[in-house]
Design a protein around this ligand. Structure first.
Ligand SMILES: C[S@@+](CC[C@H](N)C(=O)[O-])C[C@H]1O[C@@H](n2cnc3c(N)ncnc32)[C@H](O)[C@@H]1O
Length: 271
């Protein structure tokens, strides 16, 4: 089949089912895709204001959920440029099922990370440990060609760390000074980022809204300025807002008119 060529894509947001929209986009047009699809919760999510909602109930059970997800994951692979990366945000309910499907679609050797996003909000159970993390699966379109920027944040936890006259951290060893990176430790695959509180200024009125800080990390790690960042389940548009803040282009899609209205308002308010 002839590959459609990628011109310079304009940032845009689409209201409707993502599958036909994705099918209409050219091969390799995205540098980074992040998706935060329904988690197979069995719930109907309603929003606090207005009359928007989206369903996460699957009459045919897991099989119908996977039948919904698999063609969309296949489209994600087709839409990624050779150096592109896909991030799929899930939780304990289906992360393991989707990882097996992603191994099939991308190849197990294209797997990059299983990121644990740890937060502390919500109650705890008396019958098991509190479930306080989401899982974000990352796959390269082509391992080795994929873009990745090491991010550094926080403090080293090494005992006995000293700083030299220039403020560079080191520890003394038998063979002399062992220097540590002055920008701090490289981020690992366990991320502590607070969940949006109910009174957060960032709240836009969409029930499953994710923090901009989470998307900043993903976008800074796996793309550069001017790149196209896509989110085909964009909800309140967090990914697109983070992309705009970081000088990336964006593609966003959601079935809900209310979600697209919130997204458009947030984008308009973002410098
Ligand atoms: C978990 S939410 C995304 C939340 C988003 N990350 C945010 O920060 O606001 C999932 C979204 O997928 C949308 N959705 C569900 N099925 C869809 C489909 N077939 N096409 C496009 N969007 C869909 C829902 O309307 C919902 O907004």
């Amino acid at each position: 089949m002839k590959r459609r060529t990628v011109g310079r894509l304009r940032s845009r947001v689409h209201c409707g089912d993502n599958l036909p929209w994705m099918r209409g986009l050219p091969d390799g047009c995205c540098d980074l895709i992040y998706i935060d699809p329904p988690f197979f919760t069995g719930r109907r999510r309603t929003i606090t204001k207005g009359d928007g909602a989206f369903g996460d109930r699957w009459d045919g059970g897991l099989e119908s959920y996977l039948a919904f997800m698999i063609p969309r994951l296949e489209q994600c692979r087709r839409l990624l440029a050779e150096h592109g990366t896909l991030y799929v945000h899930l939780d304990w309910r289906v992360a393991h099922h989707i990882r097996i499907r992603l191994d099939d679609i991308f190849g197990a050797d294209s797997f990059l990370n299983e990121i644990i996003w740890h937060y502390r909000t919500g109650g705890v159970s008396q019958r098991r440990f509190g479930r306080k993390h989401d899982t974000i699966l990352a796959y390269a379109r082509r391992l080795g060609r994929h873009r990745f920027n090491v991010l550094r944040e926080g403090q080293f936890r090494t005992d006995g760390l000293k700083t030299d006259a220039d403020g560079r951290p080191y520890k003394s060893t038998k063979r002399g000074r062992l220097y540590f990176n002055a920008q701090g430790p490289a981020l690992t695959d366990v991320w502590d980022i607070p969940f949006l509180s109910t009174v957060s200024n960032e709240r836009a009125g969409w029930p499953t809204q994710k923090p901009v800080a989470l998307l900043h990390r993903i976008i800074r790690a796996s793309s550069g300025p001017g790149d196209v960042v896509a989110d085909f389940f964009c909800g309140s548009g967090t990914t697109l807002v983070a992309a705009k803040m970081l000088d990336r282009r964006w593609l966003g899609c959601d079935t809900s008119e209310e979600a697209i209205r919130i997204t458009s308002d947030r984008l308009a308010a973002t410098q």
